[in-house]
Write a protein that binds this ligand. Structure first.
Ligand SMILES: [Ca+2]
Ligand SMILES: [Ca+2]
Ligand SMILES: [Ca+2]
Length: 357
């Protein structure tokens, strides 16, 4: 956290002033009276100017504070706990998780719940989303629901220019379609290729989207974004290892990071089965069963981040859940955390210089 203690202590000497006392003539008295009048007028003008200036500053400050809702992101490993206390929005930019470790990137997954024109019409919700995403190196988003790309393009225009994105096709068996949306920092990574899983057997409600990334250093990897259908979680999750192998073959790359809203908990899925689909010998489940990824009171690990064995050398061991309900002062924003989403983002961090495959 940036220290705000910029106030300097003023110690030391008081300037000593000596007044010369002497005789004054009538003329000099008269002069000094008009001098005093002149000084008084100057002081009054200066006071007026000062009041006017500080009024202007206040206006400017209040305008600033509505724009900068910058949360103080955790720059230490996130782990289970939310940051200790809700912090009031600082004036400048928050500490960037992506910059906390030199030579590393942080990758997030976020179900932003029905993203489209209606969400874009809630400016405070958009402010929070823009602030969260302005801190990431990569974010795999689920649940873009819009018949056109305008909300996505509108949102991208609000992000710093360093961000670009990959938007998947509209997926879904019914009229309700969803798109996967992967936003990334072009100063840290580039897209080699991207593709949707060829789901000719119709295993998935929304066929996973993969993006093959190259960082500025050695680390290259496949990101696989998915939103598992709750009612079909058992079957869809069981099919994910085949999806991983499909993309590994496609790009001859073994590092695969699989993330998204797996709906892998609660009434949809027995979370204890996940370890048999993704055994320790071949995978590491980064977001394990004890993490709560839902904004609601319920305690469920719907959102997951799983990596292949070859990516373990690249994983820094830092990961977490972004409990944004504690990062922003929602009452002063006049919105509720659940208006942002019903999910919290999950993330994991990777070295960019250790990759051997
Ligand atoms: Ca690699
Ligand atoms: Ca919860
Ligand atoms: Ca690797």
């Amino acid at each position: 956290m940036p220290t705000k203690n910029t106030r300097m202590s003023t110690t030391g000497k008081k300037a000593t002033k000596k007044t010369r006392v002497g005789k004054r003539s009538a003329r000099s008295k008269k002069l000094s009276k008009s001098m005093r009048m002149f000084v008084a007028v100057i002081i009054a003008l200066a006071a007026l100017y000062y009041i006017w200036q500080s009024y202007g500053d206040n206006i400017a400050n209040s305008a600033d504070s509505t724009n900068s809702i910058g949360a103080d992101f955790p720059d230490a490993p996130g782990k289970t706990e939310a940051p200790v206390a809700p912090t009031p929005p600082p004036a400048g930019s928050a500490s960037l998780p992506g910059d906390s470790e030199a030579g590393a990137i942080r990758i997030y997954s976020f179900n932003i719940q029905i993203f489209g024109a209606s969400k874009m019409k809630k400016p405070k919700v958009v402010d929070v989303l823009v602030d969260i995403i302005s801190h990431v190196d990569v974010v795999a988003i689920q649940e873009v629901r819009s018949t056109n790309d305008e909300p996505v393009q509108q949102f991208m225009r609000l992000l710093p220019v360093r961000y670009d994105y990959v938007l998947g096709p509209r997926e879904g068996r019914t009229a309700s379609k969803e798109q996967y949306w992967v936003i990334y920092n072009t100063e840290k990574l580039s897209v080699v290729d991207s593709a949707t899983y060829d789901d000719s057997a119709d295993r998935f409600q929304r066929s996973p989207l993969a993006v093959y990334f190259q960082t500025k250093d050695r680390f290259d990897f496949i990101l696989i974004d998915n939103h598992i259908q709750p009612s079909d979680a058992e079957k869809e999750i069981a099919a994910l290892p085949e999806v991983i192998r499909y993309f590994q073959r496609m790009w001859n790359e073994s590092d695969a990071l699989v993330m998204g809203d797996f709906n892998a908990d609660g009434s949809y899925y027995n979370e204890n089965n996940l370890a048999s689909v993704f055994p320790d010998s071949d995978y590491q489940i980064v977001i394990t069963n004890e993490y709560d990824t839902t904004v609601a009171e319920s305690d469920n690990t719907y959102d997951r981040f799983i990596i292949t064995a070859s990516s373990k050398e690249d994983f820094t061991g830092n990961f977490g859940v972004v409990y944004y309900d504690a990062l922003y002062d929602f009452s002063s924003l006049g919105i509720e955390p659940k208006e942002v989403s019903d999910h919290f983002p999950v993330w994991a961090e990777f070295y960019i210089d250790r990759d051997t495959d």
